[in-house]
Design a protein around this ligand. Structure first.
Ligand SMILES: Nc1ncnc2c1ncn2[C@@H]1O[C@H](COP(=O)(O)OP(=O)(O)OP(=O)(O)O)[C@@H](O)[C@H]1O
Ligand SMILES: [Mg+2]
Length: 314
């Protein structure tokens, strides 16, 4: 039999089940989001109420939490470089922030960090108790390899140096963030593998351009995330079609529908596409992320952000 939940008062909101067998009450309690102290207080209250029941002589309390505290990570990867992974990461992060999420971004590209440029910030993070405090830009927070070294030096890093720096970024003070986007270095090698294993992303987004070659590379990224058991949220096609700045007409120099077909063939969701746009590139180079403004690019990034979030929290 089970205990009458009403005896627990408001605390019954947290009670998932209560069983009573031979005088032993077993309470299952949902503790997601509670601090250590709140958990202890809740357990004490429930225990006292149950013990006060005439048939109960022993109480067992099991606390469950649906997910661990702290932000959930979304890794943004690609099989090859230059497909717009960093541009997409920055603008997705900003679009998610504009949808009301608390978002951070980690620029893990040891070969060519670009988030400080994309987000137009040259601020260096401060450290508190050996933990890096992310800097703020466009409503999101950022830590980048580029903030730790002078330009050009990251390229010389190998092995332990690089992985030490990446650990510092991942272990920065992200405590007030809900979502953390990781802009991975291009490719699917050891650096990416160990970073994924260390940070355990809740999901991955793959960026690809429409060319066949890039899609073969996207396949590599899919394999990397499957191997590491990171759920693939989907594929974003970037530089899909070209909108002529003079006449406004869109053409498809690399053909259209390739990424959508590839996503289907790879059995990953297709999240949407972004056209090749000179104004997007100019704004990005100038540190004015289009997602922070108004207009078609901002609208496109908002739709992509909604699609990613919908896959993260189905
Ligand atoms: N949709 C787009 N339209 C026009 N230019 C774009 C678009 N997306 C990205 N770019 C430009 O392409 C270049 C490469 O983009 P980005 O740095 O985001 O790619 P990446 O995949 O992160 O590259 P890397 O492998 O070097 O990290 C940049 O100059 C960027 O402004
Ligand atoms: Mg990049």
């Amino acid at each position: 039999m089970s205990l009458d939940p009403s005896i627990f008062g408001p605390a019954r909101e947290r009670l998932r089940s209560s069983r009573l067998v031979d005088g032993v009450a077993t309470l299952v309690v949902e503790a997601t989001g509670l601090s250590e102290g709140e958990r202890a207080a809740l357990e004490k209250d429930l225990r006292a109420v149950a013990l006060a029941q005439p048939d109960v002589h022993e109480v067992r309390v099991a606390m469950t939490a649906s997910r661990k505290a702290g932000p959930r990570l979304i890794a943004v990867g690609s099989g090859k470089g230059g497909v717009g992974k960093s541009t997409v990461s920055a603008n997705l992060a900003i679009a998610m922030a504009r949808l009301g999420r608390k978002v951070g971004i980690i620029d893990a590209d040891i070969y060519g960090p670009s988030q400080p440029t994309l987000l137009g910030t040259s601020e260096r993070p401060e450290a508190k108790d050996k933990q890096l405090i992310p800097v703020e830009a466009h409503g999101i927070r950022l830590l980048s390899v580029g903030q730790l070294v002078s330009p050009g030096h990251a390229l010389a890093w190998r092995g332990p140096m690089a992985s030490g720096a990446l650990t510092q970024l991942v272990e920065g003070d992200w405590s007030d963030r809900e979502i953390l986007i990781i802009d991975l270095p291009p490719g699917t090698g050891d650096v990416q593998l160990s970073l994924i294993q260390k940070s355990r992303p809740a999901g991955a987004v793959i960026v690809s351009t429409p060319q066949d070659l890039a899609l073969i590379d996207a396949r590599r990224a899919v394999d990397l995330f499957r191997k590491t058991e990171v759920p693939i949220l989907g594929l974003i096609e970037n530089m899909a079609g070209y909108q002529c700045p003079n006449c406004g007409e869109t053409s498809d120099p690399f053909g259209s529908g390739g990424a959508e077909a590839a996503a289907a063939a790879l059995d990953v969701p297709f999240l949407g596409r972004l056209p090749l746009s000179a104004s997007l590139r100019e704004a990005s180079d100038a540190g004015r992320p289009p997602a922070a403004g108004e207009g078609p690019a901002a609208a496109a990034f908002r739709m992509l952000a909604e699609a990613v979030l919908a896959r993260l929290d189905p």
